[in-house]
Design a protein around this ligand. Structure first.
Ligand SMILES: NC(=O)c1ccc[n+]([C@@H]2O[C@H](COP(=O)([O-])OP(=O)(O)OC[C@H]3O[C@@H](n4cnc5c(N)ncnc54)[C@H](OP(=O)(O)O)[C@@H]3O)[C@@H](O)[C@H]2O)c1
Length: 328
């Protein structure tokens, strides 16, 4: 099969489109003929040599895909979701930048009604990340104030729509007037220009001092203290990215006074059993909202898989909104 493989750690130029051996399905796995995959920020970090795949995962980049089930491994029953020839999308620990990938059967999800096979590749990672963190970890409720940083990105565009659909008031940050407009179009009640405005002040102002009940954060260290300042009493800050570094100092008395929580989670390294639970919850709770058009997949760019290096340059430049798809 063909796959995109970094020839060494480095910039986008190290990505090569090469022939590699086909994957074999292990026990409990299926092999999918990939129709499309999507670029995630973690792929850039892995390519640079700073985010090795978890033990046992493919060395090939790619955390999600859509495609057609090609082969079933030992112990996998032919069923409604996983039968040979079924169209599916999947959450992967790696291996998506390829024409075939092996994946645990529990990490397959059906294609939401009304979504075409290629577009479905943009959904598994954002849906699983946002649902697991915002609902399962932070317990967002209707009427809560929700702040998501980077509202025009892959995670952000999905989080705005989902939180809005669940009845939250949605606040977000983005880095240009066009991106702020996109966030408002997607349902953000308040969009804050992180280059021009102080989100701590704006959130305090628009919530009459209440703050955010739940924050989904991609920045990590550089926003930690300000995020905690922005939390409401009993608020939950979930850090899912370290774009602003991973080491910071925090005055714990702010958390103490607010009875607030700071949580950080990664999806990729979770055990298959947890990913299976998350994928099941996504199919049950999120896919109906996608099928009825309440939550739309946001695709900024679509490119051939062989041009993965260009796709990485685009994500690094900050010039895209929503997801970047790579089509086989
Ligand atoms: N923990 C997990 O399991 C998990 C899973 C998936 C993703 N993630 C993380 O989630 C984050 C978003 O991923 P993605 O795929 O959505 O990437 P993406 O599409 O490249 O989005 C990155 C976002 O970062 C925003 N940003 C940059 N500087 C910022 C700042 N100073 N303040 C606020 N926002 C800023 C960008 O906003 P502008 O474009 O408006 O400048 C953009 O929206 C990444 O850090 C990724 O590693 C974590």
């Amino acid at each position: 099969m063909k796959a995109v493989v970094p020839k060494q750690p480095g910039g986008p130029e190290v990505l090569e489109y090469v022939d590699v051996p086909d994957p074999e399905p292990g026990p409990g796995e299926v092999v999918v003929d990939v129709a499309a995959t999507a670029v995630n920020r973690a792929d850039l970090v892995q390519r640079a040599g700073h985010y090795p795949p978890p033990e046992g995962a493919s060395e090939i980049l790619g955390l999600e895909c859509s495609g057609t089930v090609h082969a079933l491994g030992e112990g996998v029953e032919d069923s409604e979701y996983v039968g040979i020839g079924r169209e599916v999308c999947a959450l992967l620990a790696g291996g998506g930048y390829a024409t075939k990938v092996a994946v645990p059967a529990g990490q397959l999800m059906p294609i939401p009604d009304g979504v075409d096979l290629v577009t479905a590749a943009a959904l598994p990672e954002v849906a699983a990340t946002v649902w697991s963190n915002v609902m399962m970890v932070a317990g967002l409720r209707a009427g809560d104030t929700f702040l998501v940083h980077g509202g025009a990105g892959g995670i952000g565009t999905f989080a705005i729509q989902l939180a809005r659909a669940l009845g939250a008031r949605v606040l977000t940050t983005a880095g240009s007037p066009e991106k702020l407009d996109l966030c408002r179009e997607l349902g953000a009640d308040v969009a804050i220009d992180y280059r021009e405005q102080d989100f701590v002040e704006v959130v305090a102002e628009v919530t009459d001092g209440h703050g955010a009940d739940v924050i989904l954060d991609n920045m990590g260290a550089s926003y930690l203290a300000r995020n905690v300042d922005t939390l409401a009493t009993e608020g939950r800050l979930v850090v899912i990215g370290f774009q602003g570094g991973s080491t910071a100092e925090l005055d714990l008395r702010t958390l103490f006074r607010k009875r607030a929580a700071v949580i950080s989670t990664g999806l990729r390294s979770r055990p298959v059993s947890e990913k299976t639970t998350i994928c099941g919850a996504v199919a049950e709770h999120v896919w109906p909202l996608v099928a009825d058009g309440t939550v739309r997949p946001m695709i900024g760019h679509t490119m051939p898989l062989a041009e993965a290096a260009e796709a990485h340059r685009l994500m690094e430049s900050g010039g895209s909104t929503g997801k970047i798809l790579l089509v086989v």
